[in-house]
Write a protein that binds this ligand. Structure first.
Ligand code: NAP
Length: 284
């Protein structure tokens, strides 16, 4: 049994399989989720349950956050029973959520005031990669904190790279997710165009899969289109969040601007479905 005690906050589509990897790797794990019913799967695997972020941080060496957005992060740090509501120091706080570089800088400064060490470490990859410990992790913060966190990050991902100071992981993630948005919209538009030309989706996807454009994303999302299966692995509402975050950081290129418009139009109907449900919006 590994001795580093880990506290996990956020048991959504990603947080659940990621935290399960830590249990499988032998880390003592305690979890907290705002909606308590999502904690039962982890409890069944042997995780402890904390009643609040405050309780969680007191009994952990490392606290990991995997939650939706900037607002969720601020609440988890600053709420009445949040991470910073208790007198304890010297913890490592790893924020793996896709959030703004600004919120990371804010939380890193607050963490330092309390004697904690913060790194941002968002991930590329989705539920399948999370289940297999094959995420790609990009981190921002001090090298010494990164090196202490690295053994844990390497359970969750196939690689973890320090890309700069606080917020640099978030900036990198926003850049990668703008490409993700373009791929998703591009794949959807390509399928629709081919269908209009009388080409079967299955044949088109088989050919793309064998060509230079074939990749894991095309395979997984192509299968989703073929099976008319749009349950969220990566909810469409999250790409709207990410494109807005990238826009706030200055991304105003022609493709990114168009993608933001498209996904914003899709969000009211398909926000809770997977990103590739954008095909339904483009088809309507
Ligand atoms: P999700 O399934 O929507 O889960 C979101 C989690 O955040 C839930 O545990 C939710 O708690 C919690 N949360 C939201 N607002 C909160 C608040 N105000 N206070 C406390 N907890 C709050 O999201 P996900 O797909 O796991 O994604 C998590 C993060 O990873 C996001 O930033 C996303 O952009 C990023 N990401 C996702 C993927 C993917 O493929 N899904 C891939 C890479 C990165 P409740 O259960 O109470 O709602």
């Amino acid at each position: 049994m590994n001795k580093t005690k880990i506290g996990w906050i956020g048991l959504g589509n990603m947080g659940t399989p990621m935290s399960e990897q830590l249990i499988k790797a032998g880390y003592p794990l305690q979890v907290y989720n705002r909606s308590k019913e999502k904690e039962s799967a982890l409890k069944a695997m042997g995780a402890g349950i904390a009643s609040s972020p405050a309780e969680l941080i007191q009994s952990s060496d490392i606290v990991i956050l995997m939650v939706s957005d900037d607002q969720a992060v601020r609440e988890i740090f600053n709420a009445e029973s949040g991470l910073l509501s208790v007198k304890t120091a010297g913890k490592i706080i790893i924020n793996m959520s896709t959030v703004s570089p600004g919120v990371s800088k804010e939380m890193a400064a607050l963490s330092a005031e309390f004697g904690h060490h913060y790194i941002d470490a968002p991930v590329s990859g989705s539920v399948k990669q999370a289940q297999e410990g094959q995420l790609v992790i990009m981190a921002g913060g001090s090298e010494s904190t990164f090196l202490k966190a690295k053994p844990v990050l390497e359970v969750l991902g196939k690689m973890a790279m320090l890309v700069g100071g606080t917020g640099a992981g978030n900036s990198t993630k926003l850049a990668i997710n703008s490409l993700l948005a373009l791929y998703a919209q591009g794949l959807a538009e390509t399928v629709i165009f081919a269908n209009q030309q009388g080409i079967k989706t299955e044949n088109l996807l088989t050919l793309i899969g064998q060509a230079a454009l074939g990749n894991v994303f095309t395979k997984i999302k192509g299968d989703a289109i073929l099976n008319d299966q749009y349950n969220a692995a990566f909810a469409l509402k999250h790409i709207v969040k990410d494109l807005n975050l990238a826009k706030n950081e200055g991304l105003s290129s022609p493709l990114a601007t168009t993608a933001l418009e498209t996904f914003q139009q899709a969000e009211p109907s398909y926000g809770e479905e997977d990103i590739i449900a954008v095909i339904k919006q483009l088809n309507s």
